[in-house]
Each structure stands twice: as C-alpha cells, then as structure tokens.
Design a protein around this ligand. Structure first.
Ligand code: KIV
Length: 270
C-alpha cells in the first residue's frame, strides 16, 4: 500500500515523504464547502484555495482584485468540508509584497480564521523576507514560481515563462532559495518541461506542476478540469468532465418540467 493510501490526514511531511518514495502528488483547487467535501472524499492529496477564485468564482479577468477577507471566506468554507487533504491558501495580491510584517499578519489571519494548514505566495528572492517571517512564526509556506498570475501586468501575457536562459537561471536559483528557507513545496506554472524536471531533480521538496511537464505532482483549477469554464483552453489542460453541458441539460429539463406542470408530481408534494 502506498503512503498516500495509508495516511488519514495529509501533512507537509507526508508530501515530502511521497516525493522521497517517488509517489506523485495530486492537487486541485476548491473554493466552497460542497465541492471541497466531494473532492476530499476522492482521496485528493492537497486542496488549494487559489486566488483563481477571483476568476472562476467572482468573474474577474485576473487574480488581482480578490481581497484577504474574500480569500478567508472561501478558505473557511473549504476547511469545513475537508477531513483528509492538506488545505493550502493563496495569500492574495497586495497582502505580502510590500513588507514582511504585513505578510505575517495576513498569513496569521488565514491560519486563525480558516483552520487551513499552509499558505502559498508567488515569487522568489524578491519576497524572501516575507516568506522567512511567515516560516519563523511556524506557518508552512508553499512557493509559486514561473508564471505567477499576480504579476500579469509586469509580464503582459500568460505565455510560457523562463524560455530564455536568464529567466530560467533565476527560476532555478529561486527554487533553491525557497527550499533553503524551508518552504515545503513549490508550484511551478507554465514553464518548459525540461526546466521543471531539472528543478525537481535539484531540490528535495516536491515540485507541483501546472503546464510544467511530468514533475512530482500536478495541480489544476477544479472548474477548468471539470469543464465548467469553457473559454479557457491552454494546451496543459486535460478536461475530465463536461459539466457545462451537463448543468445546461439539467436546467433546461427543469425549466421544461416547471413550465409544462410536470414538476412537481404527486409524489413530490405534501
Ligand atoms: O490560484 C490558483 O488556482 C493557483 C494554481 C493555478 C496553482 O495558484
């Protein structure tokens, strides 16, 4: 039996042991109680309360607008639905970049008010004071390198990052910095697979990829892999369901039954 199957509660140490034993880590996002409960029951290892909530829950075109209070609302809802998975919460844009004191107080609010087990921050060397301070307070930190959506206005586009040597070298160096500081894992988003594999081979902590090839684990946005969002179709996305059509068909049938008087029938009333 694999360590993943034996374990009743996933911790950051379990993830590191999974990497050591070459067992892949499966991570998905969730933003609410009901979805979190369903996916926790499947045996998923990590649930990320991503700031992608800004896109898929709130309808914004970037992750920048979501606030700390809104992330806390989503995360507390998710935690109430989860027994086994490790719950990680994104620190939203503007709550950790300006100074390490603010970063710590944002992370403490997340831990105290949601019951989650860890936070995720985007960036490497440039935010190391914030990461260090959060880690010193005993809060586990997941890093996020490569395409970091909170910096979309700096990048200007969501294309693959670190194709050039200079950016690839900085990414490798940042991954080592995050590991040395004590981050328990790193998300690597939309970078060449060969670079991601090199990073995964060089560091002992798990590298969780999204559009980064076959590394120590994978993460996808739940609404994308379930086919709820139809407009987003990057090459790395595998859709496992077509919920957009399933929901559409169910609602169309419901409308038809209501309009025809077929619903409710005699057994569906008191
Ligand atoms: O916010 C998010 O969903 C993320 C994943 C894409 C890794 O950060």
């Amino acid at each position: 039996m694999s360590i993943h199957q034996e374990i009743k509660k996933i911790t950051t140490h379990v993830l590191q042991e999974m990497k050591r034993q070459k067992q892949k880590i499966a991570m998905l996002t969730a933003y609410d109680y009901s979805m979190a409960k369903i996916i926790d029951n499947t045996g998923i290892d990590v649930i990320l309360v991503g700031d992608s909530a800004s896109n898929v829950m709130a309808g914004f075109d970037s992750t920048l607008p979501i606030t700390l209070d809104q992330m806390i609302y989503h995360a507390a809802s998710v935690v109430r639905g989860v027994n086994r998975a490790l719950v990680v919460v994104d620190l939203p844009f503007g709550t950790y970049q300006s100074n390490s004191k603010l970063a710590l107080s944002s992370a403490i609010r997340i831990m105290k008010e949601t019951g989650a087990s860890a936070v995720k921050l985007e960036g490497g060397d440039e935010i190391k004071d914030s990461i260090k301070r959060i880690l010193t307070a005993g809060i586990p930190v997941m890093g996020h390198l490569g395409l970091t959506p909170q910096s979309i206005h700096k990048f200007g586009t969501y294309v693959v990052r670190a194709r050039e040597e200079e950016e690839a070298a900085k990414l490798i160096s940042d991954a080592h910095i995050l590991e040395e500081m004590g981050c328990f894992a790193i998300v690597l988003e939309k970078v060449p697979a060969s670079l991601a594999t090199q990073v995964a081979n060089e560091v002992k902590i798990p590298i969780i990829g999204i559009g980064a090839g076959n590394v120590d684990g994978q993460v996808l946005v739940l609404h994308d892999m379930l086919g709820i969002t139809q407009e987003f179709s990057p090459r790395f996305l595998r859709r496992y369901a077509d919920l957009d059509n399933i929901i559409n068909d169910a609602v169309v049938s419901y409308i038809s039954d209501v309009k025809s008087g077929d619903f409710p029938d005699e057994k569906e009333q008191y």
